[in-house]
Design a protein around this ligand. Structure first.
Ligand code: PMP
Length: 404
């Protein structure tokens, strides 16, 4: 018998499948709203001007070589990345209580965080609670290291908003010391975030039960255009001493998707505790990747550690977030004022980040794909970055048709 006969064929990744179908479509008005990456007004990938500038600096730096980085990554990168998320004046930074390790973008941070917890967390019951719905990969990453996934109520289809009372109830009834995955900002896939007041109540409930916050931060700055604003929840939880870790990605906010620049930051109660945690993260990273990739980390390190490049970056972040927010406003205006589309569309402008849950069902989503050549996932999620001044009217018109 053939050696691998028992290996079953896995289904293709659903987003990948959608992109392939979009590419194969020859219709002139086709629109791709599945893609989770920023596009400019001409539907093209955008290399941030600050990244071009930093690349130029690296190219002309005679000291740059291709040696290995340390196992835990480029130190000036991980340190600056930690300051970016927690704030340079945060007590966790000042007291050196953060164990930071460079990772293979946000996915690698989630994985390494999961692996570390699976080995070292003082579980009552080994399990992670993730929002319903969440980034689909969360459902794969945790079981991969033997952590079963449960969901907590998050999205309420009735209001196209947060199912806050049910969410709080789960926090209150879960076993003490449970681990809850929280999206730091710009929740994927819904675009629905808790308000600051609600974050406060979430922190209260977590402190009361001794829960652990597993923050996934994939969109700092990209969401609102303001790095400080998008880090608010993480900083508030750190300030209030909720036990936590943060998975950080520079894929979206620096447009470095393929460079795989990320970091895992675990906050400890003491400097000495952070050193022990970091020593174990180093052991885990050694077995998994030995050393992280250098190029992207060097770019981000240049940007974070130079006042001039940092200002450039903030401008580029505002360009991306600003275009997305403008698309939200225009889509809302087209639906409510011009087309008088039935229903309430305020969620389009109230949601934040790359994605919007339109509230349309699988049948309507499928109709958009098949009849209008508009590609979106069956849950009705659209990537706002796929909309632009050339296709937004077509999309609004087709959406209007689909819901009438
Ligand atoms: N977490 C969330 C919530 C995301 O949306 C993403 C990107 N889709 C990631 C993590 C990780 O992305 P990457 O590995 O490219 O940084």
């Amino acid at each position: 018998a053939e050696r691998w006969e028992a290996v079953p064929l896995a289904p293709p990744d659903s987003i990948f499948k959608l992109t392939a179908a979009y590419k194969a479509d020859t219709h002139p008005n086709k629109v791709n709203l599945g893609v989770g990456a920023y596009r400019d007004d001409d539907s093209k990938p955008w290399v941030l001007p600050v990244v071009k500038k930093a690349t130029e600096i690296l190219l002309n730096d005679p000291t740059v070589d291709h040696e290995y980085l340390p196992i835990t990554g480029l130190p000036e990168y991980t340190a600056a990345a930690a300051r970016l998320v927690f704030g340079k004046d945060s007590s966790v930074i000042k007291d050196e209580r953060v164990a930071s390790v460079q990772t293979i973008s946000g996915t690698g941070a989630n994985h390494l965080g999961a692996l570390f917890l699976s080995k070292f967390y003082g579980w009552n019951e080994k399990r992670i609670y993730v929002s319903d719905p969440t980034w689909v990969n969360h459902h794969a990453i945790f079981p991969q290291v033997g952590i079963p996934v449960s969901t907590y109520p998050y999205y309420d289809p009735q209001t196209i908003g947060l199912a806050f009372p049910a969410f709080l109830e789960t926090l209150k009834t879960a076993p003490a010391r449970s681990v809850f995955l929280l999206h730091a900002c710009a929740h994927n896939p819904t675009g629905v975030d808790p308000t600051r007041e609600q974050w406060g109540q979430i922190a209260d409930a977590m402190l009361e039960k001794g829960h652990f916050a597993f923050f996934d931060s994939a969109y700092q700055g990209f969401a609102s255009g303001d790095l400080e604003n998008d880090a608010w929840a993480v900083r508030e939880f750190a300030r209030r001493s909720v036990p936590l870790l943060v998975c950080q990605s520079f894929a979206k906010n620096a447009g470095l998707y393929g460079e795989r620049v990320g970091a895992l930051h675990i906050v400890a109660p003491s400097k000495e505790g952070a050193a022990r945690i970091k020593s174990q993260l180093s052991v885990l990273a050694r077995a998994e990747i030995s050393n992280p990739p250098a190029h992207g980390a060097r770019l981000v390190s240049l940007i974070l550690n130079s006042d001039e490049l940092f200002e450039d970056w903030k401008r580029d972040i505002k360009t991306m977030a600003g275009r997305i927010i403008a698309m939200r406003k225009e889509l809302h205006r087209l639906l409510t004022e011009e087309l008088k589309t039935p229903g309430n569309w305020d969620h389009i402008v109230n949601q934040i980040g790359m994605f919007s849950f339109t509230g349309i069902g699988p049948a309507q989503s499928q109709a958009l794909v098949e009849k209008a050549h508009i590609y979106l996932t069956s849950n009705g999620r659209i990537s706002m970055a796929g909309l632009n001044s050339h296709n937004i009217r077509y999309f609004a018109t087709q959406l209007d048709k689909a819901v009438r």
